[in-house]
Design a protein around this ligand. Sequence first.
Ligand code: SF4
Length: 389
Amino acid sequence: MNAPPILRPADELPRDGQGRLLLKGLTQSELERWLVEELGERPFRVTQIWKWLYIRFVSSFEEMTDLSKGLREKLVELARVDAIAVDAVFRASDGTRKITWKLDSGAIIESVLIPSENRVTLCISSQVGCAMNCQFCLTGKMGLRGHLSTAEIVDQVAQTRRMFEAEGHISNIVFMGMGEPLHNPDNVIPATQILIDGEGLGLSHRKVTVSTSGLVPEIKRLGQQSDAKLAVSLNATTDEMRDWLMPINRKYPLAVLMEALREFPLRNGDRITLEYVMLKDVNDSLDDARRIVKLIEKVPCKVNLIPFNPHEGTEFQTSPRERVEAFRTFLASKHVHTTIRETRGDDRMAACGQLGRPGEKMPKRMTPPAAMADVLGLTAPSSASPREN
Ligand code: SF4
């Protein structure tokens, strides 16, 4: 790992309502400090416990049979193995699974397991709901109900491995479930380092991807403190359109975002992924493709085109396949590495942008630009929407 080890103050480590430490929320350095300095255990105990958590995926301290009985009893009193509980598992016809988890708070969050020919990807949540209010996203309609702790994030991976061990290792983790991961960096960044830790889950840093709507200061922090890869949801090519589709753009407009991407530290051969949800008649014209080419000048990146997954109540439609193909062909002709993401799991509401349930109090819908109001049959704006300073 290149990023420095994470060692948070002891009072910032995740605990449950009874004060018990949630072990899957600790980096290996933090586990070592607790076991050795606080409990007076010998250092080799750290590796033993780490392996029980992330190689054997046990659910209780009783199963950690190479620990002394006394230590196991102490751990039962002071700590917990699992941070979340399985609520339900839904299987889509293509093999994709949506797993819902229950938190101690009673809130439900979701992960999606996507097996394919050469990889198994797990899409995980970082918050309950989301504050970003992207106009095309179902999670955005929930508003923000809370941040997940590091343990609640890591445990989605550990318990999914335990449940689906027979299907092979999870090779890729994407922070693209519920929530804006970089709105919760204090918990997400340690979680990325626990997932990448070579003595535990051992995921390659290239296979752990944090996807953001564009929180610029936190992008910089991710680059300094984590080894994970970066993906950014672009979804529009002008500030006017992005101010509407992704209100975070009012705070960090395209020029500022692109500058942050140019400065993001990358290892040899790594590239940033730019996600682009294709919305019919909104952002799928060849003019948009031309503007992308200009925007990404000097940004080492690839573009992933995502067919929009409709949900109930949305005003957006999926771009026709021919238009998506034409978009890709144009970008490829300008030497932009471009892929089209296949839609998976959409018959069980497990596809991208379909996670969560809208609350009774939905965040305010943003006023679209005048040209879009006509296209989508919405109310025309009465005045220009404000930009934040
Ligand atoms: S797209 Fe991502 S950042 Fe935007 S509202 Fe949905 S979950 Fe939040």
